[in-house]
Design a binder for this molecule. Structure first.
Ligand code: KIV
Ligand code: ZN
Length: 520
């Protein structure tokens, strides 16, 4: 192993979970969920939080605005296209922030300019100058991105970047929008920009890599080695299509391999596992078991040879300690005799800071769970608290449920739903108890959304384990995933369906951004 004596340089972490991540099909988050995620990102030490795309919907505007008001440390960023209205709207949403950044973008590749924008190169250059200049009227912190950089002609890319900097851009973000590049190519591209753009030293270069070929993290690190000093990424790598570079992976790669990559970040890595669970819960996107850093198996050793090695010395098979990313070896925690104090300590260790009312609600649910379940594990507590957060502000709630099923019994469900504060009851049958419940929900709250996926998994092991249910619904091209956990499997299923419906209501409020009107 080589030892590098260079003083590590600081890399800024720009998190776009709430913007690019939330853009992925099915990943819609409610307003409250976005605030929760933003608070954790801030606490974790993320430098810049891209909180949304304010002109895209009232929901995005409100989320950016609230996050701007509440965030203590991070710079809050809002996305905008090159139109003046986009930029005005972003600036309005961001205004209450202690520090904010406007991020404007326009496509520069031939295929995007011709087919998407229907603009020639000269008009694109004019739009860059006008949009960046306009954004600078609101803040000194302006980021500009040439969308589809990696398929842009190099001379044009250099000129576009030079124009953006000349008009006041302080960060130049280089997106591999379609996840097409490779580490060598991405490295050379950043080096080329550094060598050929005359005013490049006036801006920070950032990477924004998509994962279509599974190379997003590798490309981001190659960009840093070439001179980029900001990485754009998302928790669990969520994002358009195959997603973005995963925050936890880039951060841990820089930390673990500081010997050959002498860079640091401001991230408190012990919160990574917590952030991964939170984002998975609010989006309903499961984390694959073998996912690097935060997967359930990332620190599990199954084979006898590995276990033997680990018992002799953990360094035989572990390149980082589970505690470094917030995974604690013993997760058996509490039982029904545990009191408020122990529960509070556990919540703090898991990274939760609940206000008094939320704590009392969570404690009550914990006691109910401990009555049904002998051992309450960390995973149970995370599922329980996140479930509470998810359901706290829902318009549709389950008030009562009774199901019957068995041999020679027609499965039926009697369900009472509260919709906008009004209780309604229905009794229905189905192919099974879950089908009967879903039929009752459809009767009480008629909707056109189709069921795309229904899944049940144990949160922990054993027959008394909580069931984690996921339900994916699709309506007019919009997909949402609802989740819930309960020791009662059918109740978990019912709550997951209702959670998906609540998310759909939020998503209905969103409208597609208008077609681009460039700066005039
Ligand atoms: O992938 C992309 O090109 C983007 C831009 C808006 C930066 O997300
Ligand atoms: Zn992107």
């Amino acid at each position: 192993m080589t030892t590098n004596t260079q003083k590590p340089e600081r890399i800024k972490i720009f998190d776009t979970t709430l913007r690019d991540g939330e853009q992925s099909p099915g990943a819609a988050m409610t307003h409250e969920e976005k605030i929760e995620v933003a608070e954790l990102l801030d606490e974790m030490g993320v430098d810049i939080i891209e909180a949304g795309f304010p002109i895209s919907s009232q929901g995005d505007f409100d989320a950016v605005n609230t996050i701007a008001k509440r965030t203590k440390n991070a710079v809050i960023c809002g996305l905008s296209r090159a139109g003046l209205k986009d930029i005005d709207r972003a600036a309005e949403a961001l205004k209450p922030a202690k520090r904010f950044r406007i991020h404007s973008f326009i496509s520069t590749s031939p295929v995007h300019m011709k087919h998407k924008l229907q603009m020639g190169p000269n008009s694109v250059i004019e739009a860059i100058a006008a949009s960046v200049g306009h954004a600078r009227r609101f803040t000194d912190d302006v980021q500009w991105s040439p969308e589809d950089s990696t398929r842009t002609e190099r001379d044009f890319l250099c000129f576009a970047v030079e124009t953006a900097i000349a008009n006041g851009a302080t960060t130049i973000n280089i997106p591999d929008t379609v996840g097409y590049s490779t580490p060598q190519e991405f490295y050379e591209m950043i080096v080329d920009l550094k060598n050929r753009v005359p005013n490049i030293d006036k801006a920070t270069i950032a990477t924004h890599c998509h994962n279509d070929l599974g190379l997003a993290v590798a490309n981001s690190l190659a960009g840093v080695l070439a001179g980029a000093r900001q990485i754009e990424c998302t928790i669990n790598g969520i994002g358009e299509r195959a997603g973005n570079a995963a925050l936890e992976e880039v951060v841990m790669a820089l930390k673990v391999r500081g010997d050959i990559m002498p860079f640091t970040t401001g991230i408190n890595t012990t919160l990574l596992s917590r952030a991964s669970k939170m984002v998975s819960n609010v989006t309903g996107f499961p984390v694959q078991y073998n996912k690097a850093i935060v997967g359930k198996n990332a620190f599990a050793h199954e084979s006898g040879i590995h276990q033997d090695g680990m018992l002799k010395n953990v360094e035989t098979y572990e390149i980082m300690r589970p505690e470094d990313v917030g995974v604690h070896s013993s997760s058996l925690v509490l039982g029904k005799l545990s009191g408020r104090h122990a529960f509070k300590d556990k919540l703090e260790a898991l990274g939760y800071e609940l206000d008094d009312q939320a704590f009392q609600d969570a404690f009550k649910r914990f006691k109910d769970l401990a009555d049904k379940k002998k051992h309450v594990f960390d995973e149970d507590i995370v599922a329980l608290v996140d479930d509470e957060v998810m359901r706290g502000h829902d318009k549709i709630l389950i008030r009562a449920l009774r199901v019957s099923s068995g041999i020679n019994v027609a499965p039926s469900a009697e369900l009472t739903l509260s919709v906008d504060g009004q209780d309604r009851t229905a009794k229905t049958t189905g192919d099974g108890p879950v089908d009967a419940i879903f039929n009752a929900i459809r009767e009480l709250y008629p909707h056109e959304a189709s069921l795309q996926l229904f899944e049940i998994k144990g949160v922990t092991e054993g027959t008394d384990a909580q069931a984690g249910a996921s339900v994916r619904l699709e309506e007019n091209g919009r997909t949402v995933t609802g989740r819930a956990a309960d020791t009662d499997t059918v109740l978990a299923a019912a709550n997951a369906y209702v959670n998906a419906l609540n998310k759909l209501l939020v998503k209905r409020e969103k409208r597609a951004p208008e077609t681009l009107t460039v700066a005039r």
